[in-house]
Design a protein around this ligand. Structure first.
Ligand code: NAD
Length: 338
């Protein structure tokens, strides 16, 4: 298959080339993000390969269909950036990588928690400057605290396992309780109870109309004062403006983000020689108790290997049978959320 691969960095190409070695799909690598302005770059291909901030809107999908694109192979688990209704209308199949390394994201989540709690990022700088004072570095024991996990699918389950290992009481909320989590002693509770009882809250649900701004002013009003909030799912699961208010009021004691509502214009690029024009993001950076990483939770060797292999498994299956291995469609979502 001839595949135009959007939003690629040198590291993507390394892992994709390795996985394609025996397959010999013809890959056209582009650094550009897929938008209405760049979609014509896919002309002549059978498929496109896209990442988390590529824009697969109705307009873009219509342009891609007009160019003969028959498959969108996502290099991600999340598919909130794809208008699935439009894909169906245009006759474009959509495939994703449903599972690569849940450990990668879960372990990064825990890294954010531990760093925020024990302030190792600040201690690192202090010690390098010969400052061995401890004032300002006080943390708390995670053992004995209540951790609330929203979404206990593949990633949430690993997070529950690690937190249970730390000696936390783990409560969770999900549309479908996960027996493996229940086996760990995780107690499923309504979301309001999770928000009001947790010392640490971590989000692992997909971005859907139901979870959009799940964390807003109303839900902040239920939380314990000084709660730690971690989001490695998708930016728009939290209302960033409400969270900034929560930080200023002291409701949120610390905030760890790997994703941000408007990350498409920021993340994955080196903007260090420019200024940040997003005032809300710039405001977040002013809080000493906020730690942000640029959508790197997935970024391990194991995850990139698995993403590349599953992406080509989807493309090769589509080439041979007309069906990708891991399709995502309106019908499938309706069945799964029933
Ligand atoms: P998954 O499908 O295995 O699990 C998601 C869970 O969320 C499911 O159990 C589902 O029932 C639950 N859920 C759905 N709607 C819910 C709701 N309204 N309330 C509570 N729970 C709800 O997915 P996963 O592999 O665990 O990934 C979770 C999310 O993590 C992805 O959708 C993606 O957005 C994000 N992610 C982020 C990164 C990163 O690098 N930061 C990498 C991979 C995935």
């Amino acid at each position: 298959m001839r595949v135009t691969v959007f939003s690629t960095k040198p590291y993507d190409r390394r892992f994709l080339d390795a996985a394609n070695a025996g397959l010999r799909h013809h890959l056209i690598y582009l650094e550009a993000r897929l938008t209405a302005e760049t979609s014509n770059l896919a002309a002549g291909s059978d498929a496109i390969c896209a990442f988390v901030n590529d824009e697969l809107t109705a307009g873009v999908l219509s342009q891609l269909a007009g160019q003969g694109i028959r498959l969108v192979a996502l290099r991600s688990a999340g598919f909130n950036n794809v208008d699935l209704e439009a894909a169906r209308t245009e006759g474009i199949a959509v495939a994703r990588v449903p599972a690569y390394s849940p450990h990668a994201v879960a372990e990064h989540t825990i890294a954010l928690m531990l760093t925020l709690n024990r302030k190792t990022h600040r201690a690192y700088n202090r010690v390098r400057e010969g400052n061995f004072a401890l004032e300002g570095l006080l943390g708390f024991d995670l053992a004995g605290k209540t951790a609330g996990v929203v979404g206990t699918g593949k990633i949430g389950e690993v997070v529950c396992r690690i937190l249970a290992g730390f000696g936390c009481t783990v409560v969770a909320h999900d549309l479908h309780p996960n027996p493996a989590c229940e086996g760990l002693g995780v107690r499923y509770v309504p979301v309001a109870e999770l928000l009001s009882s947790s010392d640490v809250i971590t989000l692992h649900c997909p971005l859907t109309p139901d979870t959009h701004h799940l964390i807003d002013d109303a839900s902040l009003g239920l939380m314990k004062r000084g709660v730690m909030l971690i989001n490695t799912s998708r930016g728009a699961v939290i209302d960033t403006r409400a969270v900034v208010r929560g930080l200023k009021d002291g409701i949120i004691g610390s905030l760890g983000l790997d994703v941000y509502e408007e990350e498409a214009d920021l993340f994955f690029e080196d903007l260090s020689s420019r200024f940040i024009s997003d005032d809300l993001f710039a405001r977040l950076l002013t809080f000493p108790n906020v730690l942000i990483t640029g959508h790197q939770a997935f970024f391990t060797q194991e995850a990139l290997t698995s993403i590349a292999e599953t992406t080509f498994a989807n493309i090769t299956a589509f080439e041979k049978t007309g069906h990708a291995l891991h399709t995502v469609s309106v019908e499938k979502i309706a069945r799964e959320t029933r």
